[in-house]
Design a protein around this ligand. Structure first.
Ligand code: CA
Length: 397
């Protein structure tokens, strides 16, 4: 039934508020208020936070959105680790060198890794997400398919207000409730955020030292070991079987070496007793990696291989490392954000209404890409790659 409703909603045939109205929301909030009181949150905090709170039913569409188009890992990485983000990250490393050095002393996490998380999570504070957390989390607590998870986060957000570190108008973030420079969920904030600048408040929104130290604290608590690399890109012998291997199937580097696995940069696989798991993220081939427990710590920030590799690779690039050596298995290389903006500009010039030229490939840009590929007689996929950019560039000249 929900699928039918979602389909009708997408087709614009049904208001998202069917069976879900403000009155039902307020009844549900009364129940959540009791739970929050049980957790020790002050009545005055709840009065202020919950009075007049409106549901935001648009978040339910995001909850049920099943992307019909999965982004290949090489496109994902190209958008998150590009020349612009590397240059910006190096500037941030300089600018915050003193605080990053102090964070490394205290938590054992190096500056490049901390700054890479910041760059991937919020583009160094440029992209926090603008949805009021209490509205989104309150709505997701009362409607939709993950109410018990989101009600825990909603009550955690009320706990943040009760602590007094952040005002309600600062609690804005993604539709799912992640907020601040390093996009913590409220429960993660309560467990792991730290006051690093010493003003008595744990502020992940307006204090860069607090946000960066909280990230390092997260990684340290997730098992980060100082001085250990996240892993290496490796070359596999011909016919090597990856069956049964994976991030969690760790073997010693000595064993990997005996099986013929080598680092692509020619350096020795060492030390012998370091455990690492082998992955090749693209099913069709491409780069392979040995991953240590420091990668697992990054992975626990957001359980996704593409995401973990984006942070690990950005950290390497910030330290002066190069691109992956083994090419991704595609004949249509991905676009970085500058390439995406140029493609959007060319699509706009051809009369497509794609909205702002922001380098983000959303639904309208994909529709325009499909139309252009149809016109060119190409395979109709909504993917933005270098082939289409070159074709449109050629026609524009
Ligand atoms: Ca602080």
């Amino acid at each position: 039934m929900r699928q039918l409703a979602a389909a009708l909603m997408m087709a614009g045939l049904l208001s998202p508020a069917l069976g879900q109205d403000q009155a039902e929301f307020e009844r549900c909030l009364s129940g959540l208020r009791v739970q929050a009181m049980d957790k020790g949150i002050a009545a005055a905090t709840l009065d202020r936070a919950l009075a007049g709170l409106k549901a935001d039913f648009s978040v339910l569409e995001r909850l049920d959105y099943q992307p019909e188009f999965r982004t290949p890992i090489w496109d994902y990485l190209a958008a998150l680790v590009d020349e612009q983000r590397i240059a910006d990250g190096r500037e941030r490393l300089q600018e915050h060198a003193a605080v990053l050095a102090e964070i490394e002393r205290r938590y054992g996490v190096d500056p490049a890794t901390v700054v890479a998380v910041w760059g991937v999570e919020s583009d160094f504070g440029k992209n926090f997400g603008g949805r009021p957390l209490l509205e989104s989390l309150g709505t997701l607590s009362c409607f939709g398919r993950r109410q018990s998870y989101f009600s825990g986060e909603f009550i955690a957000a009320l706990g943040i207000l009760d602590e007094g570190s952040l005002a309600a108008d600062k609690l804005k973030g993604s539709w799912a409730g992640a907020f601040g420079h390093t996009q913590f969920m409220p429960s993660t904030y309560l467990r792991l955020a730290v006051d690093f600048d010493g003003d008595g408040r744990r502020d992940l929104v307006d204090s860069i030292p607090d946000a960066l130290a909280s990230t390092a604290n997260f990684l340290a608590r997730a098992g980060w070991q100082a001085g250990l690399p996240w892993g290496f890109e490796v070359r596999l012998p011909d016919g090597f079987s990856l069956a049964g291997e994976g991030r969690r199937s760790k073997r010693s580097l000595a064993e990997w070496r005996q099986r013929g696995v080598e680092r692509v940069d020619g350096l020795p696989l060492a030390p012998d007793d370091l455990g690492a798991g082998l992955v090749q993220p693209a099913e069709e081939g491409g780069p392979a990696f040995l991953l240590t427990k420091n990668f697992d710590a990054i992975y626990s920030y957001n359980a996704s291989m593409s995401y973990g590799l984006a942070i690990a690779h950005l950290a390497d690039r910030l330290r002066g490392g190069g691109d992956f050596v083994t090419p991704w298995p595609t004949d249509d290389l991905p676009l970085d954000r500058a390439g995406r903006r140029e493609l959007q500009t060319l699509l706009t010039e051809r009369g497509h209404d794609i909205g702002p030229i922001d380098g983000a490939i959303g639904a309208r840009t994909r529709t325009a890409i499909l139309a252009e590929k149809r016109r060119l007689g190409w395979e109709e996929t909504p993917r933005a790659g270098q082939k289409l950019l070159r074709a449109l560039r050629g026609e524009a000249q």
